[in-house]
Write a protein that binds this ligand. Sequence first.
Ligand code: ZN
Ligand code: ZN
Length: 158
Amino acid sequence: MRLTGSCYCKAVRFTVTAYAPAPYLRCYCSICRKTAGGGGFAINLGAKADTLEVEGVEHITMFHARIDGQESSGERRFCARCGSALWVFDPAWPDYVHPFASAIDTALPEPPEAVHMMLGSKAPWVRVDARPGEACHDTYPPQSLEDWHRAHNLLDTE
Ligand SMILES: [Zn+2]
Ligand SMILES: [Zn+2]
C-alpha cells in the first residue's frame, strides 16, 4: 500500500510502500511516549526502505535512543522545524523503515484488533484501552509486524 506522509509543518513530505499498513501495534515505551505518543503510546507501521521518497530531507534530523544504557542503532527521524516524529530506520535491518502512523496522511486500514506492547514501561496515568481478548505484552510481542499482517490477511505483498 503506497502511503503519503508529512510532518505537521509540511517542511517534510514523503511517500513509502508499506507491507504492514494496519496501525494495530501500540507501543507504550518511554521513547515513543515522549516523542510521538501524547496519549501514552505510538504506533509504528512496516514499510520497505528502498521505496521511501522524501521531499524536504534537509529539514530532517534524528537521534539515537538509549536503551538499557546503550545507544540504539535505530535512527529516529523527526522534523527539526516542528518536531513531528516521522519514522525509525535501523541500519541493522536495512530493508525496513517504520513510519509513525501519526505522520501518515493516507487513510490507513482500521485494524480488527490492537496489540499492546512495552506495557512494562507505561506511564502510570495511561489507561490501556484493551478490548477483551487483545494481547498485552510487558515487552515485545512474539509476532512481528509481518506475521501479524499475514495472520490477518492484511499483508500487502504488492
Ligand atoms: Zn515539520
Ligand atoms: Zn516504543
